[in-house]
Design a protein around this ligand. Sequence first.
Ligand code: SF4
Length: 216
Amino acid sequence: MGRRCAFVRLGGCNLSCRWCDTPYTWDWTGTADSGVAYDPRQELTPMPWAEVLRKLLDYDVPLIVISGGEPLSQQRRMLPLIRELTAAGRQIEIETNGTVVPRDDLVSLGVRFNVSPKLAHSGDPESRRLVPEALRALAAVPGTAFKFVCRNTGDLDEVASAVERYGTEPVWIMPEGQLPAEVGRHLADLGDEVVARGWNLTTRLHVAVWGDRRGV
Ligand code: SF4
């Protein structure tokens, strides 16, 4: 958090979390809490990977974060882009909801996975949001971190259960919220218990700075 980086945000997601803060990447029917049915023709921009590469190298930053939506749904097609970026000396982090097993040829490129498994308050059924073989495969990749979005201390028992069942460590707890007051309230509610459980605590820096304003 706080590092200079460039973001690639890919469209499409295999989950539909009710509090999703990027529903414009997947919600074409208004099922998330925002209730907005986004138009994929407005939101998605098809682009050849070589053009994405050129734009990213133009930013001249050391770190590229690939997010979504669920980027691993497009992992095969991301391979040439990631190969070229790593050859150009860029570090790559992929944000994923942890429901897709990463390909060996992607892992071997040395990418880092920031995995955010979803808890019950996402509204997604457990069979869709917790995929044991994907979580275990991601946990086995060196450098992987697991970031759980939580609202209150009751959510932390679900996190402990995931750690026990799937080995989802190291654990980071991030407060849910799309506005600074909401994030601050959840952070205050969670802080002591997260410390007591020996986990890491983080916040949402972009919300503190920009609120829920969407970037370009
Ligand atoms: S997994 Fe992420 S992008 Fe997909 S619906 Fe949930 S919060 Fe949104």
